[in-house]
Ligand binder design. Sequence first.
Ligand code: FES
Ligand code: MG
Length: 548
Amino acid sequence: MRRGLPAHAFDGRPHIAIANTASDLTPCNSHLNEVSESVKQGIWEAGGVPMNLPVVSLGETLVRPTAMLWRNMAAMATEEMLRANPVDGVVLLGGCDKTIPSLLMAAASVDLPAVVLPGGPMLTGTFRGVALGCGTDVWRLSEEVRAGTLSEKAFMRSESSMIRSRGHCNTMGTASTMACVAEALGTVIPGVAGTPAPDSRLLQSAHDTGRLAVELVERGHRPSNLLSRGSFLNAIVALAAIGGSTNAVVHLLAIAGRLGIELSLDDFDRTGAAVPLLVDLQPAGRHLMEDFHRAGGLLAVLREVRDLLDPEALTVTGRPLTEYLDDTQIWDKTVIRPRGEPLQSAAGIAVLYGNLAPGGAVVKPAAASPELMRHRGRALVFDSVEDMHARIDDPDLDVDASSVLVLRGCGPKGYPGMPEVANMPLPAKLLERGVRDMVRICDGRMSGTAYGTVVLHVTPEAAAGGPLSLVETGDPIVLDVEARRLDLDIPQEDLQRRRPSEAMLAGFASPSRGWERLYIDHVMQASQGADLDFLVGSSGDRVSRESH
Ligand code: FES
Ligand code: MG
């Protein structure tokens, strides 16, 4: 055998793929080859045979136009390679934002025994004696540069100080959120999510995960018989308690869709909205992932909301998630708050409806300004990201702090891929006057590391003919988060008489070929997880024909 495997490697023992998203172009995952070596040792030790399988890797910082455009492609490619190759189970190695979601979507559709090992966050870096959070502080400091209170040179130095080690963003951005959500779903060995990337305990967990993958095959535990609706509701509770990224909404909807589990946008509001925010991490709070891990991590948080969790939902170990909560404890109450002293009493993602978002839109109260949660203001409309960049800093822009910034053409079809642009920059002239938040509305997404009173994932998107396409600058818009409403306050007849502007239509993407064409023709709206319609569901692991 070319790999030098002994003959007994083929005596029927489980062959385990390590779906590995290591790539030099995905800096957040660049250490996963080393992690894979520890996974291999665990697989060998448990009597399996490891097979490293490099899969499509997506890095937020480098991939254009947006890594989200390729999430479904990565999921499809991974699913097909896991089916096409002779493997019995899989270890999923991810880190950067889209990698864990795409791997879980793939595993759900091929339905092979699967366990996730999250690559872990970076260690905390400091600048001028202060800890800086990846992403969040870049947004914050870039506003200071635009406001004239920080030099560009100091800004560049701050960025390199922030990236102190390997690993993914160390805020509760999408990568940290999806690692925690994957653990709450039951797909990670409980207690592992949040282990910093350079921590030797990550390699220990990698070894354990390899061992467990072999066991999973022996037990016959597949995503279809491990994950239930209760697992997803547990993930929603966790998402709310940690103040996690809004991106988790689209990812969880997509993963559930692959499993045929009934999950809707409303489940996030119904199950999550009343959950207290217990984790004081950026972007909603102050601390970083290293603090979170030291303070007890996800299990310590879940122990506080145990009564809200489904006690039957299983984990990859074969034991229910709630069984792991007895041995946990909060070690630092400034980072993880006890249930009785929450940062906010009800901070889960709220789902809004109204004549501006008939299919729903989401807002993350934990990252918003309380005084803007109920607001009426005049719309200032941008037809594309380029239009917004061209005009936002114009000193003559007709805007004040009460205006509502509307950005459209950024949905799954319109851009395409639904970029993280919803937290659009505030007009420079208002920044100079000290304004630091305004109501913003968009059919795109927002980075998990971002903050502000941002209504996002507006459905249907403008490019799918949603009412967002008919808003005109000057229209009064009413946001009422408590009432769960987002409305354009103009007579319905006036709205019906309007036609979409040429400028907006010209901004929508219309590729003639390739993945982008396939994507636009088949992508579903954000409220359905933005998966491709023909990828919903599972095909199992059966191969249809022989090769020769
Ligand atoms: Fe990869 Fe933030 S850029 S996790
Ligand atoms: Mg991101």
